[in-house]
Write a protein that binds this ligand. Structure first.
Ligand SMILES: [Zn+2]
Ligand SMILES: [Zn+2]
Length: 145
């Protein structure tokens, strides 16, 4: 994982939506793209600080909301009522995707390859709009403990 590649991919995504690639937008998106799971505000703040970026909380909240409205990221409310964010890497997420909530460590993972296809087989007369499926269980790193 080399930083230059990540930077250019975050920047390309911003340019794709016709947005101005400000350092804050680019950096937050980069953190989300590099993450293997959904991150809370706190975790994003900590990751940024570790890389020498210091956002004030207001900027971070604003950037995250903006990324969500631009559909570059999505947010998930965990069972613990904490909002977590992750980059949207697949464009064909019309039907959304499932999430996995680890009941041991509380982390939330995006299962982008798992589309809740049951929702498409609705009885006659029902029209599908959106499905949110969260699977509860034990994540790989907790399972090995
Ligand atoms: Zn876990
Ligand atoms: Zn997700």
């Amino acid at each position: 994982m080399s930083a230059p590649t990540l930077t250019s991919s975050a920047r390309n995504r911003l340019l794709d939506v016709g947005a101005r690639a400000t350092p804050a937008r680019e950096h937050v998106l980069e953190i989300l793209l590099a993450a293997t799971r959904a991150l809370s505000h706190q975790e994003i703040e900590a990751a940024a600080r570790k890389q020498g970026f210091n956002f004030d909380r207001v900027t971070l909240y604003r950037v995250l909301d903006w990324l969500v409205t631009q559909q570059l990221a999505h947010k998930i409310e965990g069972q613990d009522r904490v909002w977590r964010f992750n980059a949207i890497t697949v464009t064909s997420t019309e039907h959304g995707h499932a999430h996995f909530h680890c009941t041991r460590c509380g982390q939330v993972f995006c299962l982008e390859q798992l589309e809740p296809s049951f929702a498409v087989t609705l009885p006659a007369g029902f029209r599908f709009e959106k499905a949110e499926l969260t699977i509860q269980g034990i994540c790989p790193s907790c399972a090995t403990d």
